[in-house]
Write a protein that binds this ligand. Structure first.
Ligand SMILES: CCCCCCCCCC/C=C/CC(=O)SCCNC(=O)CCNC(=O)[C@H](O)C(C)(C)COP(=O)(O)OP(=O)(O)OC[C@H]1O[C@@H](n2cnc3c(N)ncnc32)[C@H](O)[C@@H]1OP(=O)(O)O
Length: 280
Protein backbone atom coordinates (compact mmCIF):
# COMPACT_ATOMS: atom_id res chain seq x y z
CA UNK A 1 0.00 0.00 0.00
CA UNK A 2 1.46 3.38 -0.92
CA UNK A 3 0.58 6.60 0.79
CA UNK A 4 -0.07 9.72 -1.19
CA UNK A 5 -0.43 13.34 -0.07
CA UNK A 6 -3.72 14.86 -1.16
CA UNK A 7 -4.00 18.63 -1.18
CA UNK A 8 -7.35 20.28 -0.41
CA UNK A 9 -8.69 23.62 0.82
CA UNK A 10 -10.27 23.35 4.28
CA UNK A 11 -13.11 25.43 5.84
CA UNK A 12 -10.64 28.05 7.01
CA UNK A 13 -9.56 28.53 3.42
CA UNK A 14 -6.16 27.03 4.20
CA UNK A 15 -4.63 24.36 1.98
CA UNK A 16 -4.24 21.13 3.89
CA UNK A 17 -2.31 18.00 3.12
CA UNK A 18 -3.84 14.67 3.93
CA UNK A 19 -2.06 11.36 3.72
CA UNK A 20 -4.18 8.58 2.20
CA UNK A 21 -3.39 4.96 1.58
CA UNK A 22 -3.75 4.05 -2.07
CA UNK A 23 -3.59 0.49 -3.27
CA UNK A 24 -1.88 -0.01 -6.62
CA UNK A 25 -3.48 -3.40 -7.21
CA UNK A 26 -6.96 -4.81 -6.82
CA UNK A 27 -8.08 -8.39 -6.27
CA UNK A 28 -11.54 -9.50 -7.36
CA UNK A 29 -12.75 -13.02 -6.82
CA UNK A 30 -15.51 -14.23 -9.13
CA UNK A 31 -18.21 -15.89 -6.99
CA UNK A 32 -19.16 -18.38 -9.71
CA UNK A 33 -15.71 -19.52 -10.85
CA UNK A 34 -13.72 -18.89 -7.66
CA UNK A 35 -10.98 -17.35 -9.82
CA UNK A 36 -9.17 -14.24 -8.54
CA UNK A 37 -8.19 -11.42 -10.89
CA UNK A 38 -5.22 -9.34 -9.78
CA UNK A 39 -5.22 -5.98 -11.60
CA UNK A 40 -2.23 -3.63 -11.59
CA UNK A 41 -3.35 -0.01 -11.38
CA UNK A 42 -0.35 2.33 -11.49
CA UNK A 43 -0.89 4.74 -14.39
CA UNK A 44 0.30 5.37 -16.96
CA UNK A 45 2.33 2.21 -17.63
CA UNK A 46 2.38 0.12 -14.41
CA UNK A 47 6.05 0.99 -13.94
CA UNK A 48 7.18 -1.39 -11.20
CA UNK A 49 8.24 0.91 -8.38
CA UNK A 50 8.65 -0.26 -4.79
CA UNK A 51 5.02 0.40 -3.86
CA UNK A 52 3.55 -1.43 -6.86
CA UNK A 53 5.81 -4.43 -6.23
CA UNK A 54 4.79 -4.53 -2.54
CA UNK A 55 1.12 -4.38 -3.50
CA UNK A 56 1.49 -7.14 -6.12
CA UNK A 57 3.21 -9.30 -3.50
CA UNK A 58 0.48 -8.70 -0.94
CA UNK A 59 -2.24 -9.42 -3.53
CA UNK A 60 -0.59 -12.72 -4.48
CA UNK A 61 -0.48 -13.63 -0.79
CA UNK A 62 -4.12 -12.65 -0.38
CA UNK A 63 -5.01 -14.98 -3.27
CA UNK A 64 -2.86 -17.76 -1.76
CA UNK A 65 -4.81 -17.48 1.46
CA UNK A 66 -8.38 -17.02 0.21
CA UNK A 67 -8.80 -20.45 -1.41
CA UNK A 68 -9.13 -19.04 -4.92
CA UNK A 69 -9.19 -21.64 -7.69
CA UNK A 70 -6.83 -19.69 -9.90
CA UNK A 71 -5.10 -16.36 -10.46
CA UNK A 72 -5.34 -14.08 -13.49
CA UNK A 73 -3.01 -11.09 -13.67
CA UNK A 74 -3.90 -8.09 -15.82
CA UNK A 75 -3.67 -4.31 -15.98
CA UNK A 76 -6.06 -1.38 -15.57
CA UNK A 77 -4.13 0.60 -18.16
CA UNK A 78 -5.73 0.56 -21.62
CA UNK A 79 -2.46 0.19 -23.59
CA UNK A 80 0.17 -1.27 -21.29
CA UNK A 81 0.26 -4.47 -19.24
CA UNK A 82 3.47 -3.32 -17.52
CA UNK A 83 6.48 -1.35 -18.78
CA UNK A 84 8.70 -3.30 -16.36
CA UNK A 85 10.80 -1.84 -13.61
CA UNK A 86 10.19 1.86 -13.03
CA UNK A 87 13.39 3.27 -14.47
CA UNK A 88 13.15 6.27 -12.12
CA UNK A 89 13.86 3.85 -9.26
CA UNK A 90 17.24 3.17 -10.86
CA UNK A 91 18.24 6.74 -11.67
CA UNK A 92 20.29 8.56 -9.02
CA UNK A 93 18.86 6.06 -6.56
CA UNK A 94 18.59 5.98 -2.80
CA UNK A 95 20.63 2.86 -2.05
CA UNK A 96 18.33 1.31 0.55
CA UNK A 97 15.28 1.82 -1.62
CA UNK A 98 17.05 0.41 -4.69
CA UNK A 99 17.96 -2.70 -2.67
CA UNK A 100 14.33 -3.00 -1.57
CA UNK A 101 13.05 -2.59 -5.16
CA UNK A 102 15.16 -5.44 -6.49
CA UNK A 103 14.39 -7.64 -3.47
CA UNK A 104 10.66 -7.07 -3.98
CA UNK A 105 10.91 -7.81 -7.72
CA UNK A 106 12.55 -11.10 -6.71
CA UNK A 107 9.78 -11.73 -4.15
CA UNK A 108 7.02 -11.04 -6.66
CA UNK A 109 8.63 -13.35 -9.21
CA UNK A 110 9.13 -16.28 -6.83
CA UNK A 111 5.66 -15.90 -5.29
CA UNK A 112 3.94 -15.80 -8.69
CA UNK A 113 6.15 -18.49 -10.23
CA UNK A 114 5.74 -20.78 -7.24
CA UNK A 115 2.04 -20.35 -6.34
CA UNK A 116 0.22 -23.68 -6.46
CA UNK A 117 -3.06 -22.57 -8.10
CA UNK A 118 -3.27 -22.26 -11.90
CA UNK A 119 -2.06 -18.86 -13.15
CA UNK A 120 -2.70 -16.96 -16.37
CA UNK A 121 -1.80 -13.52 -17.71
CA UNK A 122 -4.36 -11.47 -19.63
CA UNK A 123 -1.79 -9.27 -21.38
CA UNK A 124 -3.95 -6.33 -22.41
CA UNK A 125 -1.08 -4.16 -23.65
CA UNK A 126 2.70 -3.90 -24.00
CA UNK A 127 4.79 -6.14 -21.76
CA UNK A 128 8.52 -5.43 -22.10
CA UNK A 129 11.16 -6.55 -19.55
CA UNK A 130 9.61 -6.80 -16.06
CA UNK A 131 6.16 -6.92 -17.75
CA UNK A 132 7.28 -10.01 -19.65
CA UNK A 133 8.71 -11.39 -16.39
CA UNK A 134 5.26 -11.34 -14.76
CA UNK A 135 3.58 -12.88 -17.81
CA UNK A 136 6.15 -15.66 -18.17
CA UNK A 137 5.92 -16.54 -14.47
CA UNK A 138 2.34 -17.63 -15.23
CA UNK A 139 1.26 -20.92 -16.79
CA UNK A 140 -0.76 -19.39 -19.66
CA UNK A 141 -0.69 -16.15 -21.63
CA UNK A 142 -3.35 -14.44 -23.74
CA UNK A 143 -2.42 -11.17 -25.43
CA UNK A 144 -4.22 -8.43 -27.35
CA UNK A 145 -3.06 -7.56 -30.91
CA UNK A 146 -0.42 -5.01 -31.95
CA UNK A 147 1.60 -5.02 -28.74
CA UNK A 148 5.12 -6.03 -27.79
CA UNK A 149 6.49 -8.52 -25.29
CA UNK A 150 10.00 -9.72 -24.48
CA UNK A 151 13.17 -9.32 -22.49
CA UNK A 152 14.97 -6.36 -24.07
CA UNK A 153 17.74 -5.99 -21.46
CA UNK A 154 20.66 -6.41 -23.88
CA UNK A 155 19.21 -3.56 -25.97
CA UNK A 156 19.66 -1.44 -22.85
CA UNK A 157 23.24 -2.63 -22.41
CA UNK A 158 22.48 -4.85 -19.42
CA UNK A 159 22.01 -8.57 -18.84
CA UNK A 160 18.94 -10.15 -17.30
CA UNK A 161 19.88 -12.46 -14.40
CA UNK A 162 19.22 -16.22 -14.69
CA UNK A 163 16.04 -16.25 -12.57
CA UNK A 164 14.57 -13.46 -14.67
CA UNK A 165 15.22 -15.54 -17.78
CA UNK A 166 14.00 -18.86 -16.39
CA UNK A 167 10.32 -18.19 -17.16
CA UNK A 168 11.35 -17.57 -20.77
CA UNK A 169 13.25 -20.84 -20.83
CA UNK A 170 10.20 -22.72 -19.54
CA UNK A 171 8.26 -21.56 -22.56
CA UNK A 172 10.56 -21.07 -25.52
CA UNK A 173 12.90 -23.61 -27.10
CA UNK A 174 16.45 -22.90 -25.85
CA UNK A 175 17.62 -21.90 -29.34
CA UNK A 176 14.83 -19.31 -29.71
CA UNK A 177 15.35 -18.00 -26.16
CA UNK A 178 19.10 -17.59 -26.63
CA UNK A 179 18.67 -15.69 -29.88
CA UNK A 180 15.88 -13.48 -28.51
CA UNK A 181 17.86 -12.68 -25.35
CA UNK A 182 21.11 -11.91 -27.13
CA UNK A 183 19.21 -9.67 -29.57
CA UNK A 184 17.11 -8.11 -26.81
CA UNK A 185 14.18 -8.91 -29.08
CA UNK A 186 10.71 -7.57 -28.42
CA UNK A 187 8.13 -9.81 -30.11
CA UNK A 188 4.96 -8.43 -31.64
CA UNK A 189 1.77 -10.20 -30.58
CA UNK A 190 1.74 -12.24 -33.81
CA UNK A 191 5.42 -13.19 -33.50
CA UNK A 192 4.93 -14.13 -29.85
CA UNK A 193 2.11 -16.49 -30.83
CA UNK A 194 4.16 -18.00 -33.62
CA UNK A 195 7.12 -18.70 -31.30
CA UNK A 196 4.92 -19.97 -28.45
CA UNK A 197 5.72 -17.11 -26.07
CA UNK A 198 1.98 -16.53 -25.76
CA UNK A 199 -0.75 -19.15 -26.05
CA UNK A 200 -3.60 -17.20 -27.62
CA UNK A 201 -4.57 -13.81 -29.05
CA UNK A 202 -7.74 -12.05 -27.90
CA UNK A 203 -9.35 -8.96 -29.39
CA UNK A 204 -10.01 -7.22 -26.10
CA UNK A 205 -9.07 -7.37 -22.43
CA UNK A 206 -12.46 -8.94 -21.63
CA UNK A 207 -11.90 -11.68 -24.21
CA UNK A 208 -8.35 -12.21 -22.87
CA UNK A 209 -9.71 -12.65 -19.33
CA UNK A 210 -12.40 -15.05 -20.61
CA UNK A 211 -9.75 -17.15 -22.35
CA UNK A 212 -7.68 -17.21 -19.14
CA UNK A 213 -10.78 -18.33 -17.22
CA UNK A 214 -11.32 -21.11 -19.79
CA UNK A 215 -7.68 -22.23 -19.36
CA UNK A 216 -8.02 -22.37 -15.59
CA UNK A 217 -11.31 -24.23 -16.08
CA UNK A 218 -9.41 -27.08 -17.80
CA UNK A 219 -8.19 -28.10 -14.33
CA UNK A 220 -11.69 -28.32 -12.85
CA UNK A 221 -11.64 -32.11 -12.77
CA UNK A 222 -7.98 -32.50 -11.85
CA UNK A 223 -7.06 -33.24 -8.24
CA UNK A 224 -5.67 -29.88 -6.99
CA UNK A 225 -2.99 -31.45 -4.77
CA UNK A 226 -1.70 -33.66 -7.60
CA UNK A 227 -1.76 -30.62 -9.89
CA UNK A 228 0.12 -28.42 -7.43
CA UNK A 229 2.80 -31.05 -6.74
CA UNK A 230 3.29 -31.63 -10.46
CA UNK A 231 3.70 -27.89 -11.06
CA UNK A 232 6.15 -27.74 -8.17
CA UNK A 233 8.20 -30.58 -9.65
CA UNK A 234 8.59 -28.62 -12.87
CA UNK A 235 9.54 -25.38 -11.14
CA UNK A 236 11.53 -26.55 -8.10
CA UNK A 237 14.98 -26.51 -9.77
CA UNK A 238 14.64 -22.89 -10.91
CA UNK A 239 13.38 -21.82 -7.48
CA UNK A 240 16.16 -23.69 -5.64
CA UNK A 241 18.80 -22.07 -7.84
CA UNK A 242 17.16 -18.67 -7.33
CA UNK A 243 17.20 -18.98 -3.52
CA UNK A 244 20.89 -19.91 -3.62
CA UNK A 245 21.76 -16.84 -5.64
CA UNK A 246 19.25 -14.22 -4.56
CA UNK A 247 21.46 -12.27 -2.12
CA UNK A 248 24.39 -12.15 -4.50
CA UNK A 249 21.97 -11.12 -7.23
CA UNK A 250 20.85 -8.06 -5.21
CA UNK A 251 24.50 -7.04 -4.67
CA UNK A 252 25.25 -7.51 -8.39
CA UNK A 253 22.20 -5.45 -9.36
CA UNK A 254 23.21 -2.61 -7.04
CA UNK A 255 26.78 -2.50 -8.24
CA UNK A 256 25.64 -2.56 -11.89
CA UNK A 257 23.10 0.22 -11.48
CA UNK A 258 25.57 2.40 -9.55
CA UNK A 259 28.24 2.30 -12.24
CA UNK A 260 28.70 5.80 -13.66
CA UNK A 261 28.37 4.62 -17.26
CA UNK A 262 25.12 2.78 -16.42
CA UNK A 263 23.76 5.87 -14.63
CA UNK A 264 24.60 7.90 -17.72
CA UNK A 265 22.86 5.31 -19.93
CA UNK A 266 19.73 5.31 -17.73
CA UNK A 267 19.60 9.13 -17.91
CA UNK A 268 19.78 9.06 -21.72
CA UNK A 269 17.20 6.26 -21.92
CA UNK A 270 14.79 8.20 -19.68
CA UNK A 271 15.24 11.34 -21.78
CA UNK A 272 14.45 9.28 -24.91
CA UNK A 273 11.26 7.88 -23.32
CA UNK A 274 10.12 11.37 -22.32
CA UNK A 275 10.86 12.84 -25.78
CA UNK A 276 8.93 10.00 -27.43
CA UNK A 277 5.97 10.54 -25.06
CA UNK A 278 5.96 14.30 -25.74
CA UNK A 279 5.92 13.75 -29.53
CA UNK A 280 2.79 11.56 -29.35
C1 LIG B 1 19.30 1.98 -19.74
C2 LIG B 1 18.47 1.30 -18.67
C3 LIG B 1 19.42 0.49 -17.85
C4 LIG B 1 18.86 -0.16 -16.56
C5 LIG B 1 20.04 -0.79 -15.85
C6 LIG B 1 19.70 -1.55 -14.61
C7 LIG B 1 20.04 -3.02 -14.56
C8 LIG B 1 18.78 -3.84 -14.52
C9 LIG B 1 18.87 -5.30 -14.56
C10 LIG B 1 17.85 -5.92 -15.48
C11 LIG B 1 16.42 -5.74 -15.17
C12 LIG B 1 15.55 -5.11 -15.91
C13 LIG B 1 14.10 -5.16 -15.67
C14 LIG B 1 13.32 -4.01 -16.27
O1 LIG B 1 12.13 -4.11 -16.27
S1 LIG B 1 14.09 -2.60 -16.87
C15 LIG B 1 12.77 -1.62 -17.55
C16 LIG B 1 12.74 -1.77 -19.01
N1 LIG B 1 11.52 -1.24 -19.57
C17 LIG B 1 11.51 -0.67 -20.76
O2 LIG B 1 12.51 -0.55 -21.42
C18 LIG B 1 10.15 -0.15 -21.26
C19 LIG B 1 10.20 1.30 -21.58
N2 LIG B 1 8.89 1.77 -21.99
C20 LIG B 1 8.38 1.59 -23.24
O3 LIG B 1 8.99 0.98 -24.08
C21 LIG B 1 7.04 2.20 -23.53
O4 LIG B 1 6.75 3.14 -22.53
C22 LIG B 1 5.88 1.19 -23.61
C23 LIG B 1 5.84 0.27 -22.38
C24 LIG B 1 6.01 0.34 -24.89
C25 LIG B 1 4.53 1.95 -23.66
O5 LIG B 1 4.52 2.87 -24.72
P1 LIG B 1 3.47 4.08 -24.73
O6 LIG B 1 3.67 4.78 -26.02
O7 LIG B 1 2.11 3.57 -24.42
O8 LIG B 1 3.86 4.99 -23.47
P2 LIG B 1 5.06 6.05 -23.39
O9 LIG B 1 6.31 5.46 -23.90
O10 LIG B 1 4.58 7.31 -24.02
O11 LIG B 1 5.22 6.23 -21.82
C26 LIG B 1 4.28 6.96 -21.04
C27 LIG B 1 5.00 7.55 -19.83
O12 LIG B 1 5.53 6.48 -19.04
C28 LIG B 1 6.95 6.65 -18.88
N3 LIG B 1 7.58 5.29 -18.85
C29 LIG B 1 7.48 4.33 -19.76
N4 LIG B 1 8.14 3.23 -19.36
C30 LIG B 1 8.68 3.52 -18.17
C31 LIG B 1 9.48 2.77 -17.24
N5 LIG B 1 9.84 1.49 -17.44
N6 LIG B 1 9.84 3.39 -16.10
C32 LIG B 1 9.48 4.67 -15.84
N7 LIG B 1 8.72 5.43 -16.69
C33 LIG B 1 8.32 4.84 -17.83
C34 LIG B 1 7.37 7.47 -20.10
O13 LIG B 1 8.58 8.13 -19.85
C35 LIG B 1 6.19 8.41 -20.20
O14 LIG B 1 6.34 9.37 -19.16
P3 LIG B 1 5.95 10.91 -19.32
O15 LIG B 1 4.52 10.91 -19.78
O16 LIG B 1 6.17 11.49 -17.97
O17 LIG B 1 6.89 11.46 -20.35
Amino acid sequence: MSSRLLSFVGRTGRRRLMSTAIKLTTVEVNDKTGIATLTMCRPPVNGQNLELLLDIKSSINEIKNNNSRGLIITSASPKVFSAGLDILEMYKPDQQRLRAVWTELQNVWCDLYGISVPTAAAINGHAPAGGCLLATACEYRVMVPNCIIGLNETQLGIIAPKWLVSGYLNILPKRVAERALTQGRLFTTDEALQEGLIDEIANSKEEAVDKCVAFIGTFAKVNPVARALTKQQFRADNLRQFHKEREQDVDDFLSLVNRPEVQKGIGIYLEGLKKKANKQ
